[in-house]
Design a protein around this ligand. Structure first.
Ligand SMILES: Nc1ncnc2c1ncn2[C@@H]1O[C@H](COP(=O)(O)OP(=O)(O)OP(=O)(O)O)[C@@H](O)[C@H]1O
Ligand SMILES: [Mg+2]
Length: 386
């Protein structure tokens, strides 16, 4: 009798203890190198313990710097510690209109509010009616709050929430999270002045910090000695290249572990990591291109595939390719953003009699831009074009 095909597929080397510890949705209970950020959040939220209004908090930082994980962790701890606070976490990718968010909050506060068939103002008055009666302080987290700017919904929503808070003698906490430090600058001045009580910035992780995060996680996810000595270092260095993104570091380990198991290897080796890097890099690139505005994409498209172009020439080529180009000054802001996102490389050069110029090249294969469409840029819409 030949061996059953499933018996044959059974791994002889079990490397993962439990790979779920490496899944993106896992919320760790220990967050190395985020003590200061945790303390700042605790400080802002602690008035809740006396039933008072917490400070509103604006959390910002680049992708994968632990904003979501840290805020969720603090919220969990707060709820476990005291009945006086209840947190509602809202991801604005999922709920991106004022209507959807107000409905979510009303439901959370205990007023059954259907999402359809009810006006936004009605949802808001239901929310307020029930808010007056709640015996706890609601702490609302709006994660990925940038999504509200794309929808143009942010000002009204924040205004509603702040006004709701006032009616409750202010017992309402708001934590909003964004990738952009400039987020609040893009809100209405009135809203901004009542919002920005406390700001917590999440810096990029250094390679050493990423190593510590990985070491901690590996203990739960892998059997002991399942990783070759250098694997953590190489994964951390790779993620450091992408702006110190812990998500990438963790994903590298998950994918490399699966690759090693597929090959029935005794250990996860650096070679397994190297095999999965291209796949991870492609996904990162796809994600960042997906976030770009139509103007940013048009600028990228105007960069030649395999050579450098002077910044002034790039502006000219871009301006010809769109109906309403942004101003030169706005162009320089977008150029800097694309460089920060590692989509272009900028190099200072001496150019003839004109003096210094910035030479720009693409940091990825141009073919990846095919079939992509950008969003209308909010920043540019607000400012005048020329
Ligand atoms: N200090 C840390 N310790 C342990 N795990 C961490 C730490 N920081 C981040 N992580 C993990 O890295 C991943 C990314 O973190 P998180 O989702 O919090 O990033 P983010 O700042 O919210 O990114 P984005 O802006 O893309 O939403 C998660 O799996 C999270 O658990
Ligand atoms: Mg997040």
């Amino acid at each position: 009798m030949p061996e059953n095909i499933f018996a044959k597929a059974k791994k002889s080397h079990d490397l993962f203890k439990d790979e779920r510890f490496l899944y993106p949705e896992f919320v760790p209970e220990r967050l190395p190198h985020r003590d200061a950020e945790v303390d700042a959040l605790v400080f802002s939220l602690q008035p809740v313990l006396q039933g008072k209004k917490p400070q509103n908090v604006f959390v910002y930082g680049k992708s994968g710097t632990g904003k979501t994980a840290t805020v969720r962790f603090v919220l969990n701890e707060l709820q476990q510690y005291s009945d006086r606070a209840k947190g509602l976490y809202i991801n604005c990718f999922q709920f991106n209109t004022r209507h959807a968010i107000l409905t979510q909050i009303a439901n959370f506060l205990g007023a059954p509010t259907p999402r359809r068939g009810i006006g936004t103002d009605e949802a808001y008055s239901q929310l307020n009616a029930v808010l007056r009666k709640t015996g706890f302080v609601p702490v609302i987290v709006l994660d990925e709050a940038d999504q509200l700017l794309h929808q143009g919904e942010a000002d009204r929503l924040f205004y509603d929430l702040l006004r709701g808070g006032e009616q409750q003698r202010g017992a309402f906490g708001l934590i909003f999270i964004s990738n952009q430090q400039e987020f609040t600058a893009r809100l209405d001045a009135r809203v901004r002045s009542s919002l920005g009580e406390q700001t917590v910035c999440f810096e990029q992780y250094t390679p050493q910090q990423l190593k510590d995060i990985l070491k901690e996680r590996v203990q739960y996810a892998f059997h002991s000695n399942a990783l070759d000595a250098d694997v953590i270092n190489v994964a951390a260095a790779h993620a450091a290249k992408f702006g110190g993104d812990a998500r990438i570091a963790i994903e590298c380990l998950l994918k490399a572990g699966r690759q090693a198991e597929k090959e029935n290897a005794e250990k996860v080796l650096v070679a397994h990591l190297r095999k999965v890097f291209p796949q991870i890099d492609a996904a990162v690139l796809q994600k960042s291109i997906g976030f770009l505005s139509a103007d940013e994409l048009a600028i990228l498209r105007a960069v030649p595939a395999n050579s450098q172009i002077a910044s002034g020439d790039l502006y000219g080529a871009y301006a010809k390719s769109v109906k309403k180009p942004v101003t030169q000054r706005q162009f320089r802001t977008l150029r800097a953003k694309l460089e920060r996102m590692r989509l272009i490389n900028c190099e200072e050069a001496i150019k003839g009699a004109k003096g210094r110029t910035v030479m720009i090249s693409l940091a990825f294969p141009k073919a990846k831009l095919e079939g992509t469409a950008g969003r209308e840029s909010e920043t540019i819409k607000k400012e005048s074009r020329n």
